[in-house]
Structure formats: C-alpha cells, structure tokens
Design a protein around this ligand. Sequence first.
Ligand code: ADP
Length: 267
Amino acid sequence: MSAIELKGVWVEYGEQIVLERVNLTLASGAFVSIVGPSGAGKSTFLRLLLGEERPTRGRVLLDGKPLPPEPGPDRGVVFQRYSVFPHLTVLRNVLLAFEFERSRVLARLTGAARRAAIVQSESLIDEVGLSAHRDKYPYALSGGMQQRLAIAQALARRPKVLLLDEPFGALDPGTRAQMHGLITQLWKDCGMTVVMVTHDISEAFALGTRLVTLNHTRVDPQAPGRYGATVTYDFDLTRNSAIPIRGAPKAATQSLEEAMNGKGTTP
Ligand code: ADP
C-alpha cells in the first residue's frame, strides 16, 4: 500500500497551464475516483503519478519520497484501450509482464524461474476469470476479456499503486458491472492504492472511497491556456454521506454535475 502526496503541483506546456496549485494527499489503500470535464488534465494527472510526466513546479511524493522520474514496477496502469500484445496468447501476455519485472535486460526467464512465473501467471489469469481462455490470442477475446487481460498484466508487477484511465469506458453496461466487481475484489485482495479516472459519475461513487474533481476555477476566454485546472471538490465517500474535504457541502451533486459538464466552478 502506498500514500501519494502532491504538493503545489503545476504542469505547464510552454504558455499552456494544464494543472495549477494541486495539493492532495491520498491515503495508502484508498480507491480514488477522479472526475472532471474533458481537457481538465485528468490523464495528465495520472501520467504524473505514473512518472511519465514531471511537474513543472511542486512535488509528487510516494510514501514520503520523491516519485522516481520514470514508470516503475511499483505503479501499474490500465488504459481504456488495452495495451496487450496482439501476437501473444493470454498466458504469454501475462508471462511477459512477469519476465519484464524479473529480468529487466533480457525480458526472458529460463528454467525454474520461468516455470515459477508460468504458475504465477496462471494464478493471475484465474483471478481475473480468464482460465478458459489462456491459450487464445487477443483478437479472439471480447472487449471485457481484453481489459481483464490488461488488468492481469498490470498486476503481474505487484504494483503498490494501480492507475486506471477510464478502464471500463469502452465496455457495455453488463460487462462494466462485472468489471466493477472484479476490480473491487482485486483492490481488496492486493491492498493497493487505486487512482481511477472516469467519466461516469455513478461509477466514481460506486467504486471510490474518495472522489476528487479537477476543473478550472477561472477562465480567460482570450487565452484558454492561461489558467490550469485544480482540485475543486474532494469527498470522503467512506462516511454515510459524502463529507467534503474541500468544497461546499451544499448542492454537492449539482456542483459535481457542473464539473462533469465542463462549467467552471468556484468552491
Ligand atoms: P483530460 O484527460 O482531462 O481530458 P488531458 O490531461 O488529456 O485532459 O489534457 C489536458 C490539457 O493538456 C489539454 O488541453 C491537452 O491538449 C493538454 N496536453 C496534454 N498533453 C500535452 C502535451 N504533451 N503537450 C501539450 N499539451 C498537452
């Protein structure tokens, strides 16, 4: 499990400010849902946590230490469009993730190490419900199955933090509901900190223990890149009613809907 802290974080691309003044502490083991309108910097926020992006100002800490400047095995990621290898079977896809983890240079295991990795891959494939499909190639899997495979790959590295970028956005409602059950179970079993970006407010409430909105609090119509988005609402969802850590309790749902629809809000 891992705690994440963002202290005075800004992300700027030249003149364009994407994120500004982001201050957030996410407890170890939390399931954090991130919502906000398109272009509010949600993917940028995830890339910051992955280590693909560096803040131009401020600091990102993982367990109190500066985040390493590149993606590492302590952080796994699942995107909306899965990133599985089309020319490898389910088993080989997961095995490759183990091989990358254990043998960084060659990405290849031999002998007893390989046999052990195969057993672990099979167990993970079983956990995500793909045992019956372990020798199939991705083209022969449904969208939901491919996302299960992507999740198994991400978990093979035993991440302390799992980052999900709209992982269920391309799935039909039935499959999405099954995936909600699966990810909740894996989160509980693995004791990870999960940070999930979603467009679906009901999904954000259903899965999260914490809900954070990113949005612009000020807009300059003449210069859209002049101000960045920041944390506008922050709710602890573990209480009976959502308790705002930041933002007004009144009309919280309306404010969230506005945040999702892209209207700037001033908490
Ligand atoms: P969201 O995920 O909320 O839709 P993004 O994080 O993808 O938002 O993007 C936020 C803003 O940052 C957008 O205006 C986008 O054009 C800009 N942006 C993202 N990545 C880059 C980049 N590498 N260079 C320049 N601008 C970028």
